[in-house]
Design a protein around this ligand. Structure first.
Ligand SMILES: *[C@@H]1O[C@H](CO)[C@@H](O)[C@H](O)[C@H]1NC(C)=O
Ligand SMILES: *[C@@H]1O[C@H](CO)[C@@H](O)[C@H](O)[C@H]1NC(C)=O
Ligand SMILES: *[C@@H]1O[C@H](CO)[C@@H](O)[C@H](O)[C@H]1NC(C)=O
Ligand SMILES: *[C@@H]1O[C@H](CO)[C@@H](O)[C@H](O)[C@H]1NC(C)=O
Ligand SMILES: *[C@@H]1O[C@H](CO)[C@@H](O)[C@H](O)[C@H]1NC(C)=O
Ligand SMILES: *[C@@H]1O[C@H](CO)[C@@H](O)[C@H](O)[C@H]1NC(C)=O
Ligand SMILES: *[C@@H]1O[C@H](CO)[C@@H](O)[C@H](O)[C@H]1NC(C)=O
Length: 770
């Protein structure tokens, strides 16, 4: 482990090793002492780390970590999985309330402290369960030639016989019917709409038919509505979800591929959190800042009816379409050799109608929270989280994660009960509600506790669901990249096949499947949206790690995603067939990370890496965007001058970080001779923990989305699943390009300066004096 057992130096030495005149050193040192005593020192005057030298801390860390890992058992994960996935449990329903209480009772039984629920009243959406949605095709004579059932069939009765499990719907879809010609818009992303227009096909007044994949469904529908569509249909293409063919021997339940009447459900909200309470928590006693009409006017919620369909239903539409053939990269495999056409409309004068029954309802949701109090620094939180609400049974998304998290909690408590281990910092367990509707439970929580989190949260580690069995996959911020990679080296490989090939750890397979060949490490990116880590990073500036296991392919997700066939059979017999070994490995990695953050004396946060990535990657990307702006030479010089200043600040950050880190390494070496000084350690950790917060601009970085406040990382406006870098600058560039004016030019410079300001904030945070 990189930073294990870092000791202290005397408070009279500078933290960063910056050469300074003596007087400054004395002032700095005494400031540190004062701060530490008032803040934390009183409560934690004695630390158990004092008793050990570096080597033994290492050993103890590893042996306790191994014990926790060994205590994580597949049979328990299986048991939890069955409990949490017994019934369909959509957020806001009684069935989901039961799951919340089942989680709370599992955690309490294991011995977590202060287990309780945190309620919010939020706007959710439901279909009419007595009256399924439908796609209807009629001849010009009025005779019906096709009507979809709107309900997927039960395939494994033991697990799927819950009431209303099969309903095919999308949350927040507009209520009503639409009859119009259909047009095909490929994946429904910005380029697709642009290209369709170039090909002379108008979306206005039509029903947009779009394929799932390569982007968030809510963004597709948002763009369709903006383009004037009066309805939309989303379908799963067999080229994505049934790659070996649609015959029964090639699909579920024989394989993991999607069967012919399955559909992907999901939310269409364009934005995160309760649509009626932007920036503030939806507590019963607080006022809601937005009305439903406003949410629709602002396109947070769609107004048009939208429906998800199976590839079998999609075939009924695609085979009837008239118009030019779609471009080759818009073609899929529905109907085998069928050529997809652009429309508009059908051959033979047939007419399409979609009927969507959809209702908005304010409902109570509940997050579940529980603690293992830290013995040394109880006010520093290592937060682990997963959501528990599902579209149907949710045994992959999200309850593979819920079951694993419950087992991590249990295994940690077992270790505490049976050994002398207890984490030094507090580990907080979080089960979020209503994530599926738009990260609602976690967003409301972060909005409610943002100040406390900014003071206490060290890291938020998210695992939504297992998506495949090929490899670990991790997204994180630069300061945590090294530790996220290091932890994987301590987790045994769950795959026999991989072990047989000499790849002993999860890291070894990760490196093979997702390598960053140039850097010689696994590929790690900054997470976008799509799960509960987003509000922690983007709104509160809490560094996050988001991880899972997935297949080799870069396709968004797994074929049975959000279908009613996500029941334990799929986990046990299709996806993770070696006794849930992948589920277990996921738990072991989660526990390993949690324990590392909880117990390492100096927090494993690498600011040098942040500086390096800025210089090597972020700034060149920014430079490229700037060079592409169509401006006069003198205006360009003004932008470039500010860019150069930002670049210099990044260099300052690199220099400062290296000094800061050298000091830590120096202390590491001399630890066994030097008495350990908790005040020094506290001061170092205080600075490390503050660095990510520097990037939070309370004024926000995007006019469209004021809850995006991180100046480096935001959820992308065009695809909520991905990350966009320095969105404030990018938005300013876009603003200038659509309306070139002096004011808009200055806004670009201003936004570059805001990023620079944040970088200087980190430099100042690491420095001894200000
Ligand atoms: C597609 O066309 C090829 C040759 O044209 C044919 O061999 C194949 O059977 C067709 N597949 C389907 C599913 O129709
Ligand atoms: C949905 O629309 C139908 C008619 O199109 C109407 O009867 C029904 O009341 C509406 N439901 C809601 C919840 O608005
Ligand atoms: C740990 O001990 C507590 C207190 O005796 C008990 O309630 C809890 O069930 C134990 N947990 C485990 C996982 O053994
Ligand atoms: C997993 O990835 C492999 C390699 O890209 C691909 O052949 C296979 O179809 C994928 N399976 C699933 C279920 O995505
Ligand atoms: C891994 O997943 C694939 C489907 O993507 C499945 O065919 C295979 O059996 C699984 N392997 C294990 C060991 O679970
Ligand atoms: C921190 O990051 C720098 C730059 O990438 C790297 O050289 C160094 O080894 C890292 N330190 C640790 C402890 O991971
Ligand atoms: C650049 O801007 C000028 C006027 O400001 C305009 O005439 C020219 O067409 C633009 N070039 C491009 C490539 O957009």
């Amino acid at each position: 482990m990189p930073y294990v057992g870092v000791g202290a130096q005397k408070a009279s030495t500078s933290l960063t090793g910056t050469p300074m005149v003596k007087a400054y050193i004395a002032i700095a040192a005494s400031l540190v002492v004062v701060i530490c005593i008032t803040a934390i020192g009183v409560h934690h005057s004695e630390r158990k780390f004092n008793k050990y030298n570096k080597v033994s801390i290492d050993d103890i860390h590893q042996s306790d970590a191994r014990t926790i890992q060994d205590n994580i058992k597949s049979e328990n994960i299986k048991k939890y999985l069955r409990i949490f996935t017994k019934d369909p449990h959509i957020a806001g329903t009684d069935a989901n309330k039961k799951v919340a209480y089942a989680i709370a009772s599992a955690w309490s039984e294991a011995g977590l402290e202060d287990v309780h629920t945190l309620p919010y009243e939020v706007l959710l959406s439901y279909p009419d369960f007595e009256n399924p949605n439908s796609v209807v095709i009629k001849k010009s004579s009025g005779d019906e030639v096709f009507r979809s059932k709107g309900v997927s069939p039960v395939i494994i009765p033991d697990e799927q016989s819950g009431k209303y499990a099969g309903h095919q719907w999308l949350a927040y879809a507009g209520n009503g019917s639409a009859s119009a010609e259909v047009v095909y818009v490929n994946r429904g992303n910005a380029n697709d709409f642009k290209n369709l227009k170039l090909m002379g096909v108008e979306v206005k007044g039509k029903i947009a038919l779009m394929r799932y994949g390569h982007g968030f469904r809510g963004d597709k529908v948002y763009k369709a509505q903006q383009a004037g569509a009066i309805g939309a249909i989303l379908f799963s293409d067999t080229s994505d979800v049934a790659q070996d063919g649609v015959e029964s021997e090639h699909v579920y339940p024989k394989t993991i591929w999607m069967p012919n009447e399955a559909v992907q459900r999901g939310s269409l909200m364009h934005g995160d959190g309760d649509p009626l309470s932007p920036h503030y928590p939806s507590k019963k006693e607080l006022f809601k800042g937005r009305t439903i009409d406003e949410a629709k006017e602002e396109s947070v919620l769609p107004s048009i009816p939208v429906l998800p369909v199976s590839y079998t239903t999609a075939l009924q539409i695609l085979k009837r379409m008239s118009g030019r053939p779609a471009p080759s990269d818009w073609q899929g495999l529905v109907g085998g050799n069928l050529t997809y056409k652009l429309g508009p409309g059908f051959l033979n004068g047939e007419k399409l109608t979609i009927n969507v029954h959809s209702e908005l309802k304010t409902k109570r949701i509940r997050n579940v929270i529980g603690y293992i109090r830290g013995s040394e620094e109880p006010d520093r939180y290592i937060m682990l989280g997963n959501h528990f609400d599902a579209w149907v049974y949710g045994s992959i998304d999200p309850n593979s994660g819920t079951a694993v998290l419950a087992e991590v909690a249990r295994a940690m408590m077992q270790t505490i009960n049976e050994t002398s281990w207890r984490p030094a910092r507090t580990i907080v367990f979080n089960a979020w509600d209503a994530e599926e509707f738009g990260l609602i439970g976690s967003t409301e929580f972060v909005e409610e506790f943002v100040d406390v989190l900014q003071k206490r949260a060290v890291v938020y580690i998210n695992m939504d669901c297992i998506q495949g069995n090929a490899s670990l996959h991790v997204d994180t911020v630069p300061i945590l990249e090294h530790i996220a990679i290091e932890a994987a080296k301590h987790v045994p490989n769950p795959s026999k096949r991989e072990r047989d090939r000499g790849r002993k750890t999860v890291y070894d397979t990760w490196m093979k499947v997702f390598p960053d060949k140039k850097a010689g490490v696994p590929k790690v990116r900054v997470p976008g949206g799509g799960s509960d880590h987003a509000p922690f990073l983007n709104f509160a500036g809490v560094p996050v790690i988001n991880f899972n296991y997935k297949n080799y392919s870069t396709f968004d997700t797994y074929p049975l995603y959000h279908t009613m066939y996500e029941t334990p059979f799929t986990n046990i017999h299709l996806m993770d067939t070696e006794d849930l070994g992948v589920h277990r490995a996921i738990g072991q990695y989660w526990a390993e990370l949690a324990k590392t953050f909880a117990d390492e004396v100096i927090l494993p946060m690498n600011t040098t890496h942040l500086a390096t990535i800025m210089i090597r990657s972020y700034l060149p990307q920014l430079k490229a965007s700037i060079s592409g702006i169509n401006v006069s030479r003198t205006d360009f010089e003004d932008i470039r001058t500010q860019y150069a200043l930002l670049s210099k600040s990044a260099q300052d950050l690199l220099t400062m970080s290296k000094k800061f880190q050298e000091t830590m390494q120096f202390t590491q070496h001399s630890f066994s001779q030097n008495p350990y000084d908790p005040k020094h350690v506290n001061a170092v950790n205080e600075r490390l923990i503050s660095t990510e917060r520097c990037f939070i601009n309370p004024r926000g970085v995007s006019k469209h989305n004021p809850s995006a406040r991180h100046v480096l990382f935001s959820v992308s406006d065009s695809d909520s699943y991905s990350n966009s870098l320095m969105a404030g600058i990018q938005n300013a560039i876009d603003g200038y390009e659509s309306s070139p004016s002096k004011k808009n030019l200055q806004e670009i410079i201003n936004q570059i300066s805001i990023v620079q300001y944040s970088v200087i904030c980190v430099v100042n945070t690491l420095r001894d004096v200000i």
